[in-house]
Design a protein around this ligand. Structure first.
Ligand code: DC
Length: 225
């Protein structure tokens, strides 16, 4: 038996954090935690109860009513429950994306989400992805990874995902959107995207997803032995 290790995976949007983390989790027998999904679920709950004109006080008041749970399934998918309801799909909608910044900037919300993840980490070996996992949430994580890729490469990956769904999206527009999101993620007062000083930096721009998975898995195995 190995101890309850923590693997922290941070990086910008579109760097492949969640796909890679889920695969590593499956292979290494870890639980996967999607921290972004927790912020999304809180956002969805606030929107449902207060509409789009919510205030900071509304959010703090509602936090006490929210019960979040995440289950990492055998097929490698992750289900997020909010007060018993599976919200894994709905949290990906546009309205949530529009308002999540305002919610995830609130310190009380961040403390709540961080507390939950630290509690889950007590009972399980976990791999968690997000923006501030290695810097704020688990500064003593056994392994810290910072996944990166150029804006161009991330835009191309997104465009390919859209194309697979039959949608044609302008790559330049995607590039602009991704660059703007990076700026927002890196320049926030709390929970900013930052590489921890002791994180392994992986530029995935010229790597296949399998190469990234194999590399992280080899790091995890070394710690588990
Ligand atoms: O990883 P994602 O795209 O699902 O994250 C959704 C949003 O949540 C994103 O705008 C940044 C925020 N987030 C955060 O503030 N801290 C985290 N640890 C993870 C996500």
């Amino acid at each position: 038996m190995h101890k309850n290790i923590v693997v922290a995976v941070d990086g910008p949007a579109g760097s492949g954090k969640s796909s890679v983390s889920k695969e590593v989790a499956k292979r290494a027998g870890l639980q996967y935690i999607d921290s972004g999904a927790l912020y999304r679920a809180i956002t969805l709950y606030v929107l449902k109860h207060c509409g789009e004109q919510f205030t900071r006080d509304d959010v703090c008041r509602l936090l006490g009513d929210i019960q979040l749970k995440q289950v990492f399934n055998n097929d490698g998918s992750c289900t997020t429950y909010c007060n018993g309801l599976d919200v894994s799909e709905t949290i990906r909608n546009e309205t949530v994306a529009t308002h999540i910044g305002k919610i995830s900037d609130i310190v009380a919300v961040r403390e709540y989400v961080n507390m939950l993840m630290r509690m889950w980490a007590k009972d399980h070996a976990i791999i968690v992805d997000g923006r501030d996992i290695g810097t704020v949430v688990f500064p003593d994580a056994d392994i810290k990874i910072y996944l990166d890729a150029t804006v161009e490469e991330r835009a191309l990956r997104r465009a390919r995902e859209y194309a697979q769904k039959g949608k044609n999206i302008d790559v330049n527009e995607l590039k602009m959107h991704i660059a703007r999101r990076d700026q927002q993620d890196m320049n926030r007062p709390y929970g900013a995207l930052k590489k921890a000083h002791d994180a392994v930096y992986i530029d995935t721009s010229a790597m296949t997803q399998q190469e990234v998975i194999d590399y992280i898995y080899s790091l995890v195995r070394n710690v588990m032995i």
